[in-house]
Design a protein around this ligand. Structure first.
Ligand code: ASP
Length: 605
């Protein structure tokens, strides 16, 4: 690991770390302490694999070297017990060298062995190794301290620590000050529900846990701090989707006197350093910059995976006139027919091509169609409905070559886009066109400032309401708010959103216009965000920033399968903490002090 001072391994219980021992240590006397990873009892001789954070070393317990009582203890000791060992490092005979293990050339010949803490039979197979079948995740979360002992999981936290260290180092070198902002706050909207904390001293009043430090960081700019960052915990009470956590960590950044390019330059300094140090790869800068409207047109997604080479094309004009009824109906209903040419997909079997329909349906569309172009012939469900001109037009428009398959989805954009996105990703995986060694970052810019809430039809800010509109769209705030573009950007890495941010409003009059545009009256704005509006009246610099998802970055860098594998104590998808048991009922006296009465049955999610 980076910048670790040697010497910390020496404590009252040990002189060395297990994983550090090498052939060059042969002959030296060491004291080790750690967990019993595995025991192999060969009759007279007992081998113990001893593990600490640094790794594993083999300890040989031989009748001639150990007292009979210590040998008996070694024979009985249970896996995951904690022991201390004194012994001599010796080279293993050539035939016993284990090339899989960094310490595999040596073993420690024990002369003393002490059981410091015997372990009950562990419900988690700590030593099973990567790829071994693990118990159900509920059990792993309930015994998190055992699960975390697995070297594969521990390795994720070494990556996560390295990430935090590089963030602190790079941002500090760029003049950023690390500042902590409160956990007990007034609500800061980021589009989710707040976790509320009742106040005991002010009955009937509540703090909100921060959805983000957004308003505090803006106010730090008003305070003249110029450049702020924080590795900040954010809490959002959302209906949890598959891989979300109610509390998560962001690298939160804010800067004064900046426009988009200045903000991008910081991320384009920070992230290449992170990827270099933690993944050993060179990342190309500047990152691509693609306006939202363009990216959803050509990639059918605002999280484009730029490693997939197949642009989505609008095929309505060439297909609406053909004999295939579905295409005509969709075009008549003002829908669009869109598709892309998957290069080399003609090699797929009929079954694989027919399975595309299911991929599209799962993503919410009515289905997918395909046209295979191989050996100068077109085949597939609608091929026979095309005349020569239509077929040529389609192949040209989709940029299809011989050996390709044009995949087509028809309908309203809201349904076809997720399907086209899923189909591109699916086929890119099946056909292995994605270069696993490529690291493609992109800024998606010019998002809409507002969106219409589906259930209520209300206009709401598409992200937090402090995002500045594009100057040229400001006149539309009252007349056509949904057409207003924002000075907002997302950062996307290989098809994953890893951060977002914006330039904010520093003019209180403009901020109030934006509040009004989504129906927040001046009185309501004053009541909810009066402190921000007041602060902006005392000389606010132009400012902007971003937040990067630290958990997500750690997951991608560590190659972990889930956010839960890079968070030490994560919650389940039902927002429960299974080890300590949270949430839990509060005792009557505490509720009384808070003047809280439970009137509804507890739910048993
Ligand atoms: N506060 C925003 C978020 O948490 C990020 C930003 O705008 O800086 O998504």
């Amino acid at each position: 690991m980076r910048h670790v001072t040697r010497g910390w391994e020496r404590t009252a219980y040990r002189t060395r770390l297990c994983g550090d021992l090498r052939a060059s240590d042969s002959g030296s006397e060491v004291r080790l302490a750690g967990w019993v990873h595995r025991v192999r009892d060969l009759g007279g001789l007992v081998f113990i694999d001893l593990r600490d954070r640094s790794g594993v070393v083999q300890v040989a317990c031989r009748p001639g070297s150990l007292e009979p009582a210590a040998l008996a203890a070694a024979r009985k000791v249970g896996e995951e017990s904690v022991i201390a060992v004194r012994g001599r490092v010796v080279r293993r005979p050539e035939s016993a060298v284990n090339p899989e293990l960094p310490t595999g050339e040596v073993e420690v010949e024990a002369t003393e062995l002490l059981v410091l803490s015997a372990a009950a039979t562990p419900p988690i197979p700590v030593a099973a190794g990567p790829g071994a079948g693990l118990p159900a995740e509920e059990l792993r979360l309930a015994y998190r301290y055992l699960d975390l002992r697995r070297p594969e999981l521990l390795a994720n936290f070494v990556v996560r620590h390295g990430l935090c260290a590089v963030v602190r180092e790079v941002l500090s070198s760029l003049g950023f000050l690390e500042v902590e902002t409160p956990l007990l706050t007034r609500p800061t909207p980021e589009g989710a529900r707040d976790y509320l904390v009742p106040s005991r001293t002010h009955r009937g009043e509540f703090y909100a846990l921060p959805q983000s430090p957004q308003l505090y960081k803006q106010i730090l700019m008003v305070a003249g701090f110029d450049r702020y960052f924080q590795i900040a915990r954010c809490l959002r009470d959302e209906d949890l989707r598959h891989d979300r956590q109610p509390e998560f960590t962001q690298v939160d950044v804010e800067m004064s006197f900046v426009a988009e390019d200045d903000v991008f330059a910081v991320a384009e300094t920070l992230l290449p350093r992170v990827w270099k140090e933690l993944a050993g790869v060179e990342v190309e800068i500047p990152f691509a910059r693609i306006p939202y409207r363009e990216v959803v047109e050509t990639h059918a997604s605002d999280k484009p995976d730029l490693r997939i080479p197949w642009p989505v094309r609008d095929l309505t004009a060439v297909l609406e006139a053909c004999e295939f009824r579905l295409f005509r109906n969709v075009a008549a209903a003002a829908g669009r027919i869109r598709g892309f040419a998957a290069s080399g997909a003609a090699s797929l079997s009929r079954r694989e091509l027919d399975a595309l329909d299911g991929v599209a349906r799962e993503a919410g569309a009515g289905g997918a169609l395909w046209l295979k172009w191989a050996g100068g012939e077109a085949s597939g469900p609608f091929a026979k409905h095309l005349n020569d001109g239509q077929r040529t037009g389609l192949l040209e428009r989709a940029e299809a070559k011989d050996g390709d398959v044009v995949v087509v989805v028809a309908g309203a954009d809201a349904e076809t886009a997720p399907a086209l996105d899923a189909l591109r990703r699916h086929l890119a995986t099946v056909l292995r066109v994605v270069d696993a060694q490529a690291h493609r970052f992109a800024w998606v810019t010019e998002f809409a400032l507002f969106e219409r809430e589906r259930e209520t039809g209300r206009i709401l800010p598409a992200r937090h309401p402090f995002t500045s509109p594009l100057p040229e769209d400001v006149p539309l705030l009252e007349s056509d708010p949904l057409a207003v573009r924002a000075r907002a950007y997302d950062l996307v890495y290989n098809g994953n959103e890893i951060g977002s941010g914006s330039i904010r409003m520093h003019d209180p009059a403009l901020q109030k216009r934006v509040f009004r545009a989504f129906g927040l009256s001046d009185e309501e704005a004053e009541q909810r965000f009066g402190f921000l509006l007041e602060a902006l009246r005392y000389g606010a610099p132009p400012h902007g920033g971003f937040a990067l998802g630290l958990d997500r970055m750690a997951m991608l860098l560590a190659g972990a399968g889930s956010l839960r594998d890079v968070i030490a104590f994560p919650k389940t998808t039902a927002a429960r903490a299974l080890m300590e048991g949270a949430p839990a009922p509060a005792d009557e006296a505490a509720l009384k002090e808070l003047s809280i009465q439970i009137v509804q049955e507890r739910s048993h999610v």
